[in-house]
Design a binder for this molecule. Structure first.
Ligand SMILES: NC(=O)c1ccc[n+]([C@@H]2O[C@H](COP(=O)([O-])OP(=O)(O)OC[C@H]3O[C@@H](n4cnc5c(N)ncnc54)[C@H](OP(=O)(O)O)[C@@H]3O)[C@@H](O)[C@H]2O)c1
Length: 273
C-alpha cells in the first residue's frame, strides 16, 4: 500500500510498539489516529504527529461498539487498521485470576476480531485496505508461565491468517507481526514480576531471546504494509519455529487455491456491527 496520506488507525498507540509504529507510519507520510486509555500520553503522541487521539478503554463494550465509525467520522476512512493493544500475564496458569483471563481474551483476541468486523466492509467497498495484527512469538510456541497469553496470541495468529485467506481475491492485505521480546513496559513487567525466571534464564543461556527495540519492529511493520508482506517475525534466529507453525496453514492454502472466494466475501456488504 502507498502510505502517503493514507489514514492509519492504531490501538495501543500511547507507548511501546504502538507508539513506535505511529511515529514510523507518520514519518512515511501517513495520517495517524490512535486509541488507548491514557488520554494524556495518547494526546501527546497524537499532537506530536499531527494526528487524532481517541481515548478508549477497549475492555468496555460500549467504547468498542461503533469505534471504527467514530474514528472514520472524525478522521476519514481508515486505510490501515493496526490491532496492537495487548496485555500479558506471566503467572503459572493455576494461579491466574479469572478476571485476567477474561481481560486477555478480550484485548488480545476479541477486540481485534470486533474491530476487523467493523472496518472490513468499508475497506472492501473502497477496494483498498490493510490489516495489521500484533501477535507474538508466543502465538507460535508454548512458554511456561505465559499460558493464557500464548493461547490468545495463537488464536490471533490463526484468526488473522484465516481472514487473509478469505481476502485472497481482494485488495485488502493482512500482516501478522510476531515479535519475541521487545523493550517496552510489557517486557519489563515480565522480566521483573513474572514466574518465568527459570524459562528466561534457559533461553538467555542459549542466546535465544535477544530483545528488539520497538522502533525496529515498527520499521519492519511499515515496510511490510508498503510491500504487502504477510509477516514480520523476530528474532530471525527462531525463524524455524515460525515456519513449522505456519506450514499447516500453507498446506491448506495450497489445497484451496483453486476455490473462488471473491463473491463469498463481498456479498452481502452488511456494515452492521
Ligand atoms: N513487549 C514485548 O515483548 C512483546 C512481544 C511480542 C508481542 N507484543 C505485543 O505487542 C503489543 C504492544 O505491546 P507493548 O510491548 O508495546 O506493550 P505496552 O508498552 O504495555 O503497550 C500496550 C498498549 O496497549 C494499550 N492498552 C492496554 N490496555 C488497554 C485497554 N484496556 N484499552 C485500550 N488500550 C489498552 C496501552 O495503553 P493504555 O495503558 O494507555 O491503555 C498501550 O498503549 C501487544 O499486543 C503485545 O502483546 C509485545
Amino acid at each position: 500500500m502507498q502510505l502517503n496520506d493514507a489514514h492509519v488507525f492504531i490501538t495501543g498507540g500511547s507507548r511501546g510498539i504502538g507508539e513506535a509504529m505511529a511515529r514510523r507510519f507518520a514519518a512515511g507520510g501517513a495520517r495517524v489516529s490512535l486509541a488507548a486509555r491514557s488520554a494524556e500520553a495518547l494526546g501527546a503522541v497524537a499532537a506530536d504527529l499531527d494526528g487524532w487521539s481517541f481515548p478508549t478503554d477497549l475492555f468496555d463494550d460500549t467504547a468498542v461498539d461503533g469505534l471504527i465509525e467514530r474514528v472514520e467520522a472524525e478522521a476519514g476512512p481508515i486505510d490501515v487498521l493496526v490491532n496492537n493493544a495487548g496485555l500479558e500475564t506471566s503467572t503459572w496458569f493455576h494461579q491466574v485470576d479469572p478476571a485476567t483471563i477474561r481481560n486477555l481474551n478480550r484485548l488480545n483476541l476479541e477486540v481485534p476480531m470486533l474491530l476487523t468486523r467493523q472496518v472490513l466492509p468499508g475497506m472492501l467497498a473502497r477496494g483498498r485496505g490493510h490489516l495489521v495484527y500484533t501477535s507474538s512469538l508466543a502465538g507460535a510456541s508454548s512458554f511456561p508461565g505465559l499460558a493464557a497469553y500464548c493461547g490468545t496470541k495463537a488464536g490471533l495468529t490463526n484468526f488473522a491468517s484465516t481472514v487473509r485467506a478469505e481476502l485472497r481475491d481482494h485488495p485488502v492485505g493482512v500482516t501478522i507481526v510476531a515479535p519475541g521480546p521487545v523493550d517496552t513496559q510489557m517486557w519489563d513487567t515480565i522480566e521483573e514480576e513474572s514466574d518465568m525466571a527459570p524459562v528466561l534464564e534457559r533461553l538467555r543461556k542459549l542466546q535465544l531471546i535477544p530483545t528488539a527495540k520497538p522502533e525496529k519492529i515498527a520499521k519492519r511493520t511499515v515496510a511490510a504494509v508498503e510491500k504487502d508482506r504477510r509477516h514480520v517475525r523476530s528474532p530471525r534466529r527462531l525463524s524455524t519455529t515460525f515456519w513449522l507453525n505456519e506450514s499447516p496453514r500453507r498446506l491448506i492454502e495450497g489445497i484451496l487455491s483453486g476455490v473462488p472466494l471473491g463473491a463469498a466475501v463481498t456479498e452481502p456488504t452488511d456494515t452492521t456491527t
